[in-house]
Write a protein that binds this ligand. Sequence first.
Ligand code: AMP
Length: 485
Amino acid sequence: MSLEKISHPFDDDKLREECGVFGIYGSEDASAHTALGLHALQHRGQEAAGIVSYDKGLFSSHKATGHVGDNFNSQSTINKLPGDCAIGHVRYSTTSDKHSRNIQPIFAEFSFGGLAIAHNGNLTNAATLRKELIRQGSIFQSTMDTEIFIHLIATSKKSRVADRVIDAVNKVQGAFSLVALTQKKLIGARDPFGVRPLCLGVLGDAYIFASESCALDIIGAQFLRDVEPGELVVIDKQGLHSYRPFDQKPKERFCIFEYVYFSRPDSIVEGKHVYEVRKAIGRELALESAVDADVVIPIPDSGVPAALGYAEQSGLPFELGIIRNHYVGRTFIEPTDKVRHLGVKLKHNPNSHVIKGKEVILVDDSIVRGTTSKKIIQMVRDAGAKKIHMRIASPPTTHPCFYGVDTPDREKLIAAQHNNEEIAKIIGADSLAFVSVDGMYRAAGQAKRDNDSPQFCDACFTGQYPIEVLDKDSNLISLFNEQQQ
Ligand code: AMP
């Protein structure tokens, strides 16, 4: 992920990234499969995509800004990526962070040969490590924290590649799911807390790593299992080898926001169907904050499964009262605040005849800044709703994420600044309710949140960060610029 501080519609001054990774070993169509896998992971990042493949002593690479479909859509591109193993990456969209030097996978030549690496997550000691490495003579080519892995691998005293990678992953802190490709091996690893997802699949004799299982489905691969928190898996000619290389004892704290919003609803992550968890949150929401109304309406697409659950539990009819235009991207990728506001209108249109004269329950997955809810509520009111009850399928988002999900600083998080009544007033709802933290945990298969040892990372809702954030306020771009001078 990139550590540049740049202007961004979501937030101007914090680290960001949401990415997807894919890796395959032992497939005749490795780069075509990787392109398809990345296509299925496109929701995890729309700014840029890249693939590195390996064949007969040579690594080949194609990286570009834009969507996977726009850049890996021809046989000639795929033909330029020969070999039976490849890794790929999609990265989140930002406005000015479009330097090609920041597109993954990153590739480097070492004493032992070439290595390409791609990573999803945020390293929380990136600035400290980077300073140290620069002091020791490392020259950075990009502002991505992913490049830190490259320099740590290069400076490791170990001789075997896997041992060098193990050395590297033990020095970094934070959330990461990574894939790496060498001349002989495909490597996949997850940090000891397993914050970001990474699963393992098979297709014939080929092994696959992917951020989400939907990337296995698209190529007809079978889901084998999740890579475990703190596990490093090496695939080579001899098969699959699993290591537990971290000094830190693994303690699973999977990101609960992956269930709430980020993963695709057709994925199975950490053993659970994302769709089922979302529906269950909707049911919990209906139990916790029932209200008399005529109809349950989702804010598409992210509110749909929770609204289905809400309707099921409440016995109220479910209607598609808002129709989404699929030819515009996610609201957050619009380049300026002004355009983003317009973006909501571009994206959603009320289906007035199911709204007019009705008391409506609107269901969405989350409220971050409140901009989306405000616009939609106004739109639904203009379409003739008598009353609007907003129901949110996550607790109030009160804290930023430092582990790879793009959330703004606290000043911009509406729930960090206002209580429920105030938020309802600001967004224009007649009533507003969020699911409780325990309700969300129940939906994710737990009896309740274990407050002494929480089962998930829920820092964005509770402010309890499982991994120390050493370099919270660091500005890596300035380090990069210093180094260039
Ligand atoms: P807003 O309250 O206007 O900031 O927007 C909230 C909506 O954006 C939610 O309903 C989600 O569908 C979506 N959303 C939440 N978190 C993110 C994120 N990290 N990146 C992109 N979209 C998000």
